[in-house]
Design a protein. Structure first.
Lengths: 268, 304
């Protein structure tokens, strides 16, 4: 299994276009910091927006908010929607399925590689945002969402926890992309479909009359990390994000697995 | 490896809605066979091969490789089996060597040490560092063979291995297949090039409209259409009358020569009679049907 996973990751790394997503995830926070160093104002109406120039620690959280709308879903969809469909299209699926690995192993390796890429882009964004913003405004204590001061090193731990929690709903988008990639065997359809799904989840969250289902929408879970930045920590959104996203991850993955296991691999 | 036949398909059926792509195919490939699998386009050859490799699920019937069913036993059923269907496919953004390394790892990694050896066999070692995306069609075909050999197969399934190759490449591929067969590898060869199958195979199956219409020894198939002769004489009409008088049937006069079918003894006796009748024989040529003639005759019956 480790070998199959290693090659799935290497395949992702060998394709230049996957660096575009990674590059974009790193470029956005850099551009954000540069613009804010040039301009005076800032996004004061979003969580931690008003503290941007107090510490470099605030920037990754603010960029997380902006990138959750379409940038991260797009980056993740580009990989997840392509990972099975491209192999179907290029005929390489039959090459790897006629070696000594069962379909389940191949599928699991693709899922893990996609999740690895998802984690990588999120943490790469966080690292670049933190470094660039710390160079611009210093690495100081962070003001929590409750208005209390959080020591800088503790804030760093909260950032890591927030990025990891943020990756979980993103894994839900990736899982949906994998399902579409497996079912449609068409990269473009799977990528666009995944992006539409992510945007629909966000749209449902702002439509009037959706209050009852809002806590269970995927888009809502992108704000679950706010719980870490309250004093004391508010675990309710964190715990809810963990189990809600578990459904968004496991159901498409299980469906995709069953399709992958039984599908005919013919001339695509 | 069990004593079971390398390939044993029984009652294989594949339906796509109303379309029956393969309709009750029975195939047995014995150890050491170079088994030619022939059929016109769309006859069901590739679909059968895909079912043998577990790439598609049969609607009915079973396919076993060395006694194991790819659908039931998964990847384990492909132990000792290698090959490609509809041409080998590789990751174009990786080098030939890296592609082989990947495939060796998928096989457990123990064959990675043989990569140079198999690259030498297909004469690709010099280009192994180049991306497959820049390879010619022939180079990809050869890389496909290398990828197959990496598994040290006991059974090799090759679907049109010489398609797209230049004459020298086709010759080299045929030589390679011969060499592999001489090393004891069982080969199931699907090809459109009938002369190639005739040259390489000892047994053949012919599939038409999803159904096997012949399976057996190639020599038997060729012999079944034997006993055909072309005769040139000094007097065509008298020769024809003499042959008719001796009970020969179906005599045709084509381009000033006689064509007929008869057994060897009757022909020998007829030549003596022709000589005694003062009819000179300028040529008597036994004509053996080629596989191509037989194939076209069998597969075009339906179209007719």
């Amino acid at each position: 299994m480790t070998r199959v996973y290693k090659w799935e990751v290497l395949k992702l790394l060998a394709q230049k276009r996957n660096y575009l997503g990674l590059g974009a995830a790193m470029l956005v926070p850099l551009a954000f910091v540069v613009v804010l160093t040039i301009q005076k104002g800032g996004p004061n109406d979003i969580p931690l927006g008003r503290y941007l120039r107090e510490t470099g620690l605030a920037t990754p959280f603010v960029v997380l908010f902006f990138m959750s709308i379409w940038a991260f879903p797009l980056i993740v969809a580009l990989v997840a929607g392509d990972v099975v469909a491209a192999e179907s299209h290029n005929g390489t699926l039959k090459t790897i399925l006629t070696r000594s690995r069962n379909r389940g192993e191949i599928y699991a390796a693709k899922v893990l590689a996609t999740f690895t890429y998802t984690l990588l882009v999120i943490f790469a964004m966080g690292a670049v945002a933190l470094i660039a913003a710390s160079i611009a405004w210093g690495f100081h204590d962070l003001t929590s969402l409750s208005g209390t001061a959080v020591p800088a090193w503790h804030g760093l731990g909260l950032l890591a926890a927030s990025l990891a929690l943020y990756a979980w709903p993103m894994a839900g988008i990736a899982a949906f992309g994998l399902l579409l990639s497996t079912v449609t065997r068409n990269s473009a359809a799977a990528v666009v479909g995944t992006l539409m799904w992510a945007l629909l989840m966000q749209l449902l969250g702002v439509l009037p009359g959706t209050e009852a289902i809002r806590p269970y929408l995927l888009g809502t879970q992108f704000q679950a990390w706010h719980g870490f930045l309250r004093t004391p920590a508010d675990w309710a959104p964190v715990v809810r994000a963990l189990w809600v996203c578990a459904f968004y991850v496991t159901i498409p993955l299980a469906a995709g697995y069953l399709v992958f296991l039984r599908r005919d691999v013919a001339g695509e | 490896m069990s004593d079971a036949a390398p390939v044993e398909a029984r009652g294989l059926v594949k339906r796509y809605g109303e379309l029956v792509a393969v309709d009750g195919v029975d195939l047995t490939v014995e150890r050491g066979d170079v088994f030619g699998y022939l059929g016109p386009n769309g006859a069901g050859k590739t679909t059968s091969l895909r079912m043998l490799l577990g790439l598609i699920r049969p609607t009915e019937g079973t396919a076993r490789l060395f006694g194991r069913d790819p659908i039931v036993d998964g990847a384990r059923a492909l132990d000792g089996v290698a090959g490609f269907v509809e041409g080998p496919r590789f990751y174009p953004y990786m080098s030939g060597r890296k592609n082989l390394r990947l495939l060796a790892d998928l096989d457990g990694g123990k064959n990675a040490s043989r990569i140079d050896e198999v690259l030498d066999v297909v004469e690709l070692r010099d280009r192994a560092k180049d991306r497959v995306g820049g390879y010619s069609h022939g180079m990809r075909q050869r890389l496909g063979i290398a990828a197959s050999l990496l598994r040290e197969p006991k059974l090799l399934l090759l679907d049109d291995p010489t398609t797209g190759l230049d004459p020298a490449g086709m010759r080299d591929m045929r030589e390679l297949v011969k060499r592999l067969a001489s090393e004891g590898i069982t080969i199931l060869l699907s090809s459109h090039i009938l002369a190639e199958v005739e040259e390489l195979s000892n047994r053949v199956a012919i599939i038409r409209s999803g159904t096997i219409i012949y399976e057996g020894l190639l020599q038997e198939l060729l012999r079944s259409a034997g006993g055909s002769y072309r005769l040139s004489t000094t007097d065509v009409e008298r020769a024809r009358a003499l042959l008719l008088a001796r009970g020969f049937e179906g005599i045709q006069v084509v381009g000033g020569e006689l064509r007929f079918q008869a057994d060897v003894d009757a022909v020998e006796a007829a030549t003596v009679a022709l000589g005694e009748a003062g009819i000179g024989i300028s040529a008597l040529v036994p004509h053996t049907a080629t596989l191509e003639e037989l194939f076209l005759g069998m597969t075009e019956q339906e179209a007719a």
